[in-house]
Write a protein that binds this ligand. Structure first.
Ligand SMILES: Nc1ncnc2c1ncn2[C@@H]1O[C@H](COP(=O)(O)OP(=O)(O)O)[C@@H](O)[C@H]1O
Ligand SMILES: [Mg+2]
Length: 378
């Protein structure tokens, strides 16, 4: 099972430029989380802080009870081995072929023989669909292949936590769809904890278990996909629906005057105006735009599942237990969306469900010592 990552009150600035402050979130073990945010809000800085490449000013990053912000160099070195990172551009060495690029971390960080290294490199290349391309140089292959090569390299040390920095940027929609399927399949195969930074709304709406949004130096919200996809918070609605209208402007942030003018225009426009024209009034979905609900609307679209033949993601069950335990803390619309994904035996135990009195203070799955509901795995 992947590692839990707990971030508490994290703050980072460069000199006098504050990037973000008081970021608090938990990446649940083995789950897929997506971090959204306008460009320049410090998403890459956040990923680099998690792996210790940048030093936050304040706060804690807890992995296996080690605080990566304050631990010794030796502990940091050990903890880093838990992470695999796919950097924005793949970050491959241009003069090395794919085989040597992917083998690099193994040669650098382990004492494995070339025979064993070869086995691992081919295994990971197969996982990302790159077998046969091992002799190619990064400059000779497509952007999509470079990303997959970067991913194979991120996988060779069998990380418990994998960070993806805009894995889908610069790819056409078909390649994005393939890459998203690959990410979900890898999660099913590894059960590692995933954090994906992306701009792609379809990815954000259909891939992760959890979503977060960085905006104006704050983490606006972080939580289960059902919570954010049903949120009434204007910034979140704008981002998850890809609308022009809202607090987020083209150049990162709009000025207040422009925002006010837009809000006034939206208020006076009929409800079937441009901003909502594409959304079906009854379903809340945008018709004919990829997978159901992938591009916008109020509804929570189905989550992408692993390809046929692969095992179910183990995080799904853990997440269901966690959500059942915290269901009562969610707003009504999110509760409704979560109920739709909880299996009957868990729903039966949730306070307030019709088939079990809401007076029962203690759901049955909390009675036993071994289940992981509501953070009991810590
Ligand atoms: N090493 C650095 N030194 C100084 N400023 C930096 C450094 N890295 C990033 N920044 C600044 O931090 C801000 C956020 O950058 P970044 O994390 O790359 O944004 P995002 O990934 O969300 O687009 C930018 O203003 C960038 O100039
Ligand atoms: Mg970035």
């Amino acid at each position: 099972m992947g590692e839990e990552v707990r971030v508490e009150g994290l703050t980072k600035s460069f000199g006098r430029q504050l990037i973000w402050q008081d970021v608090t979130l938990t990446l649940p073990p083995g789950e897929i989380s997506v971090l959204l945010g306008p460009s320049g809000t410090g998403k890459s800085v956040f990923l680099k802080s998690l792996v210790g490449l940048l030093k936050p000013d304040r706060g804690r990053i807890l992995v296996r009870d080690v605080d990566l912000v304050r631990c010794s160099e030796r502990h940091l070195y050990q903890s880093r081995k838990l992470f695999g990172v796919l950097f924005q551009d793949g970050a491959l060495f241009g003069s090395m072929n794919l085989y040597d690029n992917i083998a690099f971390p193994l040669r650098e960080h382990t004492k494995k023989s070339e025979r064993v290294i070869r086995q691992i490199v081919f295994e990971k290349m197969e996982m990302v669909g790159l077998l046969g391309a091992e002799g190619k140089l990064p400059g000779e292959i497509s952007g999509g292949m470079r990303k997959r090569a970067g991913l194979a390299r991120a996988l060779v040390l069998d990380p418990e936590i994998i960070l993806f920095d805009e894995p889908d940027s610069g790819l056409d929609p078909v390649r994005v769809a393939y890459l998203n399927q690959l990410i979900v399949d890898l999660n099913a195969q590894t059960d590692a904890t995933f954090l994906i930074v992306t701009h792609d709304i379809g990815t954000a709406r259909t891939v992760p278990d959890n979503l977060g949004l960085l905006f104006r130096r704050h983490l606006v919200m972080f939580g289960s996909r059902e919570l954010l996809l049903t949120s009434d918070e204007p910034v979140i609605r704008q981002f998850l629906n890809g609308r022009k209208e809202g607090p987020i402007g083209m150049a990162e942030e709009k000025d207040a005057a422009q925002l006010e003018a837009e809000l006034a225009a939206t208020a006076s426009a009929p409800t079937t105006g441009a901003a909502t024209a594409k959304i079906d009034e009854h379903t809340g979905l945008v018709p004919d735009a990829g997978p159901v609900g992938s591009m916008g609307g109020d509804a929570v679209p189905p989550q992408l599942e692993p390809s046929g033949g692969l095992p179910e993601r183990r995080a799904i069950r853990r997440r269901q237990l966690r959500l059942a335990g915290t269901l009562h803390t969610l707003p009504p619309k999110a509760q409704q969306a979560v109920r739709a994904v909880l299996p009957p035996e868990l729903l039966a135990g949730v306070a307030g469900s019709p088939d079990r009195g809401s007076a029962d203070p203690r759901p049955y799955w909390l009675d036993g010592p071994s289940t992981g509901a509501a953070g009991a795995h810590k």
